[in-house]
Design a protein around this ligand. Structure first.
Ligand SMILES: Nc1ncnc2c1ncn2[C@@H]1O[C@H](COP(=O)(O)OP(=O)(O)OP(=O)(O)O)[C@@H](O)[C@H]1O
Length: 254
């Protein structure tokens, strides 16, 4: 059974159908990538799945419950998380402080004036675990705005993990990275998915990375899904090749 399913999902901006009758089925395990040329509708689809945009039509079912149109906070509570931009968060705080705040957001007692020692211990333990998971133990006391670009992206993933999601959505986690940083990031993401047993939906422009990391791929073009399958199937699909004509080899939409 699938974990997340969209049925006839639409999002229109004026005359433009940015997401056009999308039927997507995401099963419970592994990494499912969404690829497609610039303007294909990938980010719009992510915004719909995470509550940042309301669909114009259609359904989004997560664990068999309709979540279309729910606000982002409610969707996070259901177990779906996405990466945040550090710029929108706490640049002046350290790596550890950022993770602590995100972890505390899970705690039902966060609005209470008195935090009991048990929940404080749990928060600290979870924060330590997150630091290890995202390989930032050595940089725990460094301010977020002093981190390298690659380490900021790791922290963004840590923040998304802090709410203990079952499903996580990452939008271009390797954007702006050099080759070596990208390889490290891909390795980290694969390990997290396997160790934490979470499902990942990924938007990624680098086709080389997509083919290496994905268990399944859906291809969007002009708001519609034009192909879905394993990396091998997608590589050989003629409609996909046509959609990418004119793009450089090894890059989907640059
Ligand atoms: N808020 C908005 N208002 C109007 N049009 C929008 C809005 N957001 C996106 N669009 C349009 O919807 C289409 C799909 O955009 P979207 O950003 O989802 O594509 P994408 O596949 O993520 O592209 P990219 O790879 O360049 O990030 C584009 O034509 C875009 O200009």
């Amino acid at each position: 059974m699938s974990m997340l399913e969209t049925t006839n999902l639409h999002k229109r901006f004026g005359e433009l159908q940015a997401v056009d009758d999308v039927n997507l089925s995401i099963d419970r395990e592994g990494i499912h990538s969404i690829i497609g040329p610039n303007g294909a509708g990938k980010s719009t689809l992510f915004h719909l799945l995470t509550g940042y945009l309301n669909p114009t039509g259609g359904e989004i079912r997560y664990k068999d419950e309709d979540i279309a149109g729910l606000p982002p906070r409610k969707i996070v509570q259901k177990g779906i998380s996405r990466s945040f931009q550090i710029a929108d968060l706490f640049e002046g705080l350290t790596v550890k402080e950022n993770l602590q705040i995100a972890t505390q957001a899970l705690d039902e007692k966060r609005n209470s004036l008195w935090v009991d020692s048990e929940s404080l211990t749990t928060t600290l333990e979870k924060t330590e675990q997150l630091l290890e998971d995202i390989e930032l133990v050595d940089l725990a006391d460094v301010r977020a705005d002093a981190l390298s670009h690659g380490d900021q992206r790791k922290l963004e993933i840590g923040l998304a993990l802090a709410v203990e999601p079952d499903l996580i959505l990452l939008d271009e986690p390797t954007a702006g990275m050099g080759k070596q940083e990208s390889v490290q990031m891909v390795r980290l993401i694969r390990r997290l998915v396997d160790e934490r047993d979470i499902k990942l939906i990924l938007i990624e422009h680098d086709i080389g990375i997509v083919m290496r990391i994905s268990d399944r791929i859906s291809v969007l073009n002009r708001g519609q899904i034009i192909a879905e399958g394993s990396p091998e199937e997608i590589q050989q699909n003629e409609r996909v090749q046509e959609a990418y004509i004119g793009t450089k080899r090894g890059e989907a939409s640059e």
